[in-house]
Design a protein around this ligand. Sequence first.
Ligand SMILES: [Mn+2]
Length: 614
Amino acid sequence: MSISRRQLCRQLWRQLRLRNLLMLSLIVLILYLVKMLATINENSDFANQAKAVFELPKRFRQDRDLFSPSNLERIDWHDYKQIEDERKRVGIGEQGKPATLPPTDADLEKELYSVNGFNGALSDKIALNRSLPDIRHPACAKKTYIASLPTVSVVVPFHNEHWSTLLRTAFSVLQRSPSTLIKEVLLVDDASTKDFLKDKLDDYLAKNMPKVRVVRLEKRSGLITARLAGAKQATADVLLFLDSHTEANVNWLPPLLEPIALNYRTVTCPFIDVVAYDTFEYRAQDEGARGAFDWEFFYKRLPVLPKDQENMPEPFESPVMAGGLFAISRKFFWELGGYDPGLDIWGGEQYELSFKIWQCGGRMVDCPCSRVGHIYRKFAPFPNPGHGDFVGKNYRRVAEVWMDEYAEHLYDRRPHYRQIDPGDISEQKALREKLKCKSFRWFITQIAFDLTAKYPPVEPNPFATGRVRPVSNPKMCIDAHHGGVMDKLHIEPCVSQPYGEQDFLFSWHKDIRVQKRNMCWDLPESADKSPIRLFSCHLGGGNQLWRYNLETKQIKHGSDGHCVDWSPSTNELYIYRCDASRGTQKWTVDHVDEDMAAKWDSMRMVLTGPVEKP
Ligand SMILES: [Mn+2]
């Protein structure tokens, strides 16, 4: 008995030793792997980092990077105490109300205006934690989101940002986000020269906002490099990029995070509200649109699709991000190689990332229940640090790598792009290959399917061009007289060539525009004898819808039965009930394209679904 017990003990001891040994080696292995990952993390060259992440075995990569929710139960994320406290606040700029400074501050106001491009002196008078109005879609107040959401690193690049606007950005983030979700806020200083953005800022943050820290760039590098530098240091599940003069509004974070939690390849954008550069009033710019571009790469907006409109305020797909404000899982960002590190300073980066997201297996949505205010400056106060046509070079890189045969449409409008050297793009092309990304044709026909209807790669001919003259008095011409928005059109004696402000284009958008500038004939009031005014062309028909009738020679507005008319005695130009027998309603236009005129009824811009089967 005693022997067998001893044997048993010995056996047990041996087993324990074996188990300990196994455990110990497992711990060593884990430590080694952690160390290995840490080394990768420390690697400052983001391209290498991304590459290293790619080369890890798939299982491993997911363990490290992929957030997956542990709880799909939905909860109410609103912070009702914070909402209640805000509601009670009164004072200058509170509730996002417009504010002004007393005349005694006029000198300071002027000075800080010119330094910032917005009313910095007023900003300094408004509390850093001021209250904002809840202007979300009413249904947002009742919306719930899953309980298990990823953590966030907020990345805010800045160059010489004003003190109070920068801090208000950080305050609003911390104040209106669940603290468990905000891991860190990284303010990336792109070599600012203002003194208060150095030690004073560091000290203030250390004392008042421990989650916020400054990442400094040694030399002025521009927006793209600054975002990448912040992203490289970020450690949370999700990267959330903000501009340095923004204000996050009520419960803005959960709506951005849930779509990412459910699919790490979904990228989310908030609605961007307006913080007025002069009064700091907080207001909506509109109730949503889908991002797009024209073939000169100007950022444009397309209407929300009817199916998405019905579904408001649920997130809806958008082809292109506005650029400055978005959230993306850290894993997906680096899978996509971050931004192309060959992009310089700023310009084209929102196209590059948007095309990559869509073409390489991701998707992008706008989240109506997440709203962030942004100060659109009155003017840009800082010189950009770039040399030469860096924007052109960026565009060329984006076009060459991602746009396939559609790049030609860009070059057709900006022929000098063909001469710009895009630099080495082999790594970007290799990335596209590696990720098996889809063609640009797929993107344009399946995702941005209504873009080409509004912004056709090859513009259809105009219906008519040239001077618009009364048949009864061909020495008179309709004249835009360099007028601004809401100025009346005149009728004046015709000038000799070049016709300048008397030269019009009846575009295929069915508007009539001044040849040399983006101003259209617009009809805000439609009573008889209402004047025709000038307004920026909006391509939306409505007030700007006009049709020239070749037979009757009338210029008819919209569908309400009014025609362009005038008084030869007072030389007033106006609209009047269409009446083909009135001589004053007959007009000649220098050049009329009869083929195009015959197609007038069949020309439509409304598209609500993909134009090709995938
Ligand atoms: Mn901005």
